[in-house]
Design a protein around this ligand. Structure first.
Ligand code: GLU
Length: 626
């Protein structure tokens, strides 16, 4: 761990952060890239050579202490953030450095080739602000971008692994903007640990191995992806060292030439060339994309006001459009409050079956509304969707004795709410991919970051940029290929420069302006239900934050059936839900969340997943409480 020298204000620390990074556990292991330009995969145990980075860091799911906290899915990445905090960096510095490290150790979930949403709390000003780093569609995309000549939607699986699905990456621009707005350190310094991890390697865990195996067929279509991620034609073995010198080179490029290399330089040209003509193995071909260097040049990570909803007297802040996350999480919480009113029994007092019944009904209702109204278009009725009046009206059909038939119709957020309005039939979405990563950070001054980033599917488009070691996103598959409900306007059809609707829900909760909770998760559309369930578990069911994360999850998204983890689906709670009319689909695991709960001045509990989900996450604080 880095030094814990006393630094009084975040704004005076620029040089000290750099010094601290150099001293950190993760980064002190060496700065020289191996000579080879190919990923080296799996050296035999005992082979001499530089040690991989962070190979002996334990995975701890819950940690309480002071000095700042970081929670991510990966201990090497969390340690990078802790090193930055310990050296005097602030939450934004630590979040950027952690995210860059995750781009190395979680290359199938996030990285330079993707996008995300960065939510920041400034403790001094007591304000929450966000950066929208979502990928954009090329300017040539129209509503018909994913239709064939006959107007039929293209096969989803074909589009996923193709240039057509690749949006203009927003992640480097997000890092640069966040560093400018809130950081104390130059972006170049914050990228150094990631570069070193890529160069020195990290130890392959079961999740990385399994994700590689699951993608092996798709990856093998693309020779460059095969070369980097299937060294010797195989998924790297658990316990072996995975190095990605090409990716180290990409970080070095961003570090020394700035993110302009992506948006107007040689890195960008490499991206465009590959998107427009993806390199495939002999006999294979995939649809070409239409991204141009002008699309890259036009890209901006956007400053956006967060959405805010009131819940139990607290302020819940999340991402606005093009994410549906903030809106849908807020509506779910409002609906649960409305059910309390209608039934006269607080959710904190009902049994486990009724609790999940309420949660499921609220989630399905919120999904009906977000599918109808939320997309990257003007005029999304955000304020109305988040109003308690709308939630009260939408709560009208709720019954404690029976689940509403699915799909639940969408409502009318028009500002005039009566007793029971009739909804309009809505369709459900066919595809919910599960990947992405979320990190939570709080610094010793109480500044905080909730940052969810993604390349969409696990393994993104499967296309690696030749010579640069990172995979391009397939985010544009988050657009509706055709209207979800025939005959009903769909705000999420593709369009020029448009950002596909997201479910990512980086969330910050304030109590009377003071930071209380930071949370988020990956998991496609299940992100919304996972984040809402963590908040409900903590605030309604009284679970400490670590238990609220560990609690078994349900994800009801207005489809005919809803996903339930085994502890729900296979037990008495599942039986109770089924008796109420819920159709449960047992699902091994949902989400891979992280959170931080503020306990007092400079005292935090950081929480990540137990080992039952994605092999467990990594919660760290600078100074653990004994
Ligand atoms: N692309 C998804 C979204 O923005 C996230 C992907 C995932 O978590 O699997 O909602």
């Amino acid at each position: 761990m880095g030094t814990t020298r006393t630094v009084r204000t975040a704004r005076t620390t620029r040089t000290r952060v750099a010094a601290g990074i150099a001293l950190g556990v993760v980064t002190a292991l060496g700065a020289t890239a191996p000579a080879s330009s190919a990923a080296t995969g799996a050296p035999p145990p005992g082979r001499p050579g530089p040690p991989p980075v962070g190979h002996d860091l334990p995975k701890v799911a819950v940690m309480t202490g002071s000095g700042g906290a970081v929670a991510s899915v990966d201990p090497v990445a969390s340690q990078v953030g802790i090193d930055v905090l310990a050296a005097g960096g602030n939450a934004a510095d630590a979040a950027i450095a952690t995210a860059a490290a995750l781009g190395v150790t979680e290359p199938y979930s996030t990285g330079i080739g993707g996008g995300g949403f960065f939510v920041h709390y400034d403790a001094r000003r007591r304000t929450v602000e966000t950066i929208d780093g979502r990928e954009t569609a090329p300017m040539t995309y129209t509503e018909r971008a994913f239709l064939d000549d006959q107007g039929r939607p293209l096969p989803f699986d074909t589009v996923v692994s193709s240039g057509l699905s690749v949006g203009v990456p927003g992640t480097p621009a997000t890092w640069e903007r966040a560093a400018q707005r809130w950081g104390t350190e130059r972006l170049g310094e914050l990228l150094k640990p990631a570069e070193r991890i890529a160069a020195r390697g990290f130890v392959v865990d079961q999740t990385f191995h399994d994700q590689t195996v699951a993608n092996a067929t798709r990856f093998s279509t693309f020779p460059e992806t095969t070369r980097v991620f299937l060294p010797g034609g195989q998924a790297p073995e658990v316990g072996s060292v995975f190095r990605n010198p090409d990716l180290a080179r990409a970080y070095r490029e961003l570090r020394t030439r700035g993110v302009d290399s992506l948006y107007s330089g040689r890195l960008g040209r490499a991206v465009v060339d590959e998107v427009r003509d993806p390199g495939t193995k002999a006999g294979a071909s995939v649809p070409e994309g239409r991204m141009t260097t002008a699309d890259l040049k036009a890209y901006r990570a956007l400053d956006k006001a967060p959405v805010r909803s009131e819940y139990r007297g607290k302020d819940v802040y999340g991402m606005p459009v093009p994410s549906s996350g903030g809106i849908a999480v807020g509506e779910i919480l409002n609906l649960v409050e409305a059910y309390d009113e209608r039934t006269g029994t607080p959710t904190s007092e009902v049994d486990a079956v009724q609790y999940l019944h309420r949660f499921s009904e609220a989630s399905a209702t919120a999904f009906a509304d977000r599918n109808r109204y939320v997309g990257d278009v003007a005029g999304v009725p955000t304020t109305e969707l988040l109003s308690q009046g709308f939630a009260d009206e939408r709560a009208c059909p709720f019954s404690p004795t029976a689940a509403q038939p699915r799909p639940i119709p969408f409502g009318t957020p028009d500002g005039s709410y009566g007793a029971c309005a009739e909804g309009t039939a809505s369709g459900t979405l066919a595809h919910d991919d599960v990947s992405t990563t979320h990190l939570s950070v709080v610094d010793r001054w109480g500044n905080a970051v909730a940052y969810t980033s993604t390349i969409e599917a696990t393994g993104g488009s499967g296309i690696t940029v030749p010579g640069w070691g990172f995979i391009l996103n397939n985010e544009l598959t988050d657009f509706s290929f055709a209207p979800v409900t025939p005959g009903v306007p769909d705000p999420n059809l593709p369009g020029p420069g448009k950002r596909p609707r997201s479910s990512m829900s980086p969330t910050i909760v304030l109590d009377d302006g003071a930071l209380e909770l930071v949370a988020g998760s990956p998991g496609g559309a299940t992100i919304i239900t996972t984040v809402a369930q963590i908040l409900l578990g903590h605030y309604e069911r009284g679970l400490p934050i670590g238990d609220a994360l560990a609690a078994p999850r349900l994800s009801s998204r207005n489809g005919a059936s809803e996903q339930a983890e085994p502890a729900i689906a296979g037990g008495p709670v599942g039986t109770g839900l089924t008796a109420l009319g819920h159709r449960l689909t047992p699902t091994a695991e949902i989400g891979a969340a992280t959170a931080i709960r503020v306990l007092g001045p400079d005292l935090y509990t950081a929480a990540a997943e137990p080992t039952t989900r994605r092999g467990g996450g990594s919660a760290m604080v600078v100074r653990p409480q004994r």
